[in-house]
Ligand binder design. Structure first.
Ligand code: MRU
Length: 355
């Protein structure tokens, strides 16, 4: 397959104060890029899932903070108040992925440190900070890929859930970064992308991203996973993470916990790939991780190119916890840019942070 046009979940061109966000709600049917020029519009883009995936929404928040700096009032104290409001507004959009709060907090600290500068200079400095955060995320993904690829078998079938690829990060991907790096090392995998109800990140996004990159990818419905594991048709599973607690418990897309239980029952390794910005050392275990509850509409309706279609009887509602928590003991290894934690627990995770 010939190389497809490069894509980016989010980028900030060198001219003009605007971020370009690839609307992931429209994939795979259309590649629509939205221009985002204010932090409020960026918060909306994160909240309505035009940009999604833990590291990618961290990068989006960083560019949102740069846009806030550009539109801030000139006086130093008013600038700081404005930046605090933007950080809080961006952070409030999605509660589970800690990369969002982490990035907004880092950008706010930077904004405070440059607040005494003139308006243009401090806005440029905030943008440079956001660009550096974006570049660091891509570098982390590449390192995670290198380290994690070594864990994968030379060939066989790898299952992934949700989308933890270039679309979900600054670029390259975490879980899908392992597959990219493994391919570069000469390993050959068939990839199964679980559909990932209700938002279909696997069927729409992972299948789009991997097929355009020439991977052998097939979609499986979420409820096929147990059967395929029981039949010995999956060599290992790789997923990303939205927040990892201090003891190694992993919050990730709803369905990951069920997959982890089934994988353990069938002695199939489960690898979690995530940058250290996804580790929340302020949270002791998975019980303390907030689980985003999204609209029932996303469960009872399917969004299609021509509009949404209701698939449930009128008057019937739905639950929609968007994430679940996988206990650390069910994770074979956590792959970060600073090394691999296996077994995953307080001590192995603390060691990655230098103790
Ligand atoms: O609701 P989403 O699509 O933002 O959820 C994304 C996930 O759960 C991903 O698996 C996770 O963020 C890891 S992305 C590298």
């Amino acid at each position: 397959m010939s190389a497809a046009e490069p894509f980016a979940a989010i980028r900030f061109p060198t001219s003009g104060w605007r971020a370009l966000v690839l609307d992931q709600r429209r994939l795979p049917w259309a590649e629509i890029v939205d221009e985002v020029t204010t932090w409020e519009a960026m918060a909306l883009a994160i909240g309505d899932m035009r940009v999604r995936g833990a590291p990618a929404i961290g990068v989006a928040a960083a560019y949102g903070m740069a846009l806030a700096a550009h539109s801030a009032p000139p006086a130093t104290s008013a600038f700081i108040t404005h930046m605090e409001r933007a950080a809080a507004g961006l952070t409030a959009t999605r509660p589970t992925a800690v990369n969002l709060a982490w990035a907004a907090g880092a950008c706010l600290s930077h904004a405070r440190s440059v607040a005494p500068l003139g308006p243009d200079e401090r806005a440029e400095s905030c943008l440079a900070f956001a660009r550096a955060l974006h570049e660091a995320d891509v570098a982390s993904c590449r390192r995670i890929g290198e380290l994690g690829a070594a864990l994968l078998p030379d060939e066989g079938t790898v299952l992934t859930h949700c989308n933890a690829g270039a679309l979900a990060t600054g670029g390259y991907g975490t879980a899908l970064g392992l597959l990219r790096a493994a391919r570069a090392m000469g390993k050959r995998h068939r990839v199964l992308a679980s559909e990932t109800r209700p938002y279909l990140q696997g069927a729409r996004l992972t299948a789009w991203e991997l097929s355009r990159d020439g991977f052998d990818v097939s979609i499986v419905c979420d409820n096929m996973i147990g059967h395929l594991l029981a039949k010995g048709q999956i060599a290992c599973a790789v997923v990303g993470a939205d927040r990892v607690a201090r003891n190694g418990d992993v919050a990730n897309k709803i369905g990951t916990y069920g997959l982890a239980c089934l994988a353990r029952l069938h002695d199939v390794p489960l690898y979690v790939a995530a940058p250290l910005s996804t580790v929340d050392r302020d949270v002791s275990d998975g019980d303390a991780i907030p689980i985003e509850q999204r609209s029932a509409r996303e469960v009872v309706e399917l969004d299609l190119p021509g509009g949404s279609v209701r698939i449930a009887p009128d008057g019937v509602g739905a639950l929609h916890p968007a994430f679940d928590v996988t206990p650390a003991r069910l994770v074979t290894a956590l792959v970060t840019e600073r090394g691999v934690a296996s077994p995953l627990n307080d001590a192995s995770l603390a060691a990655l942070f230098g103790g």
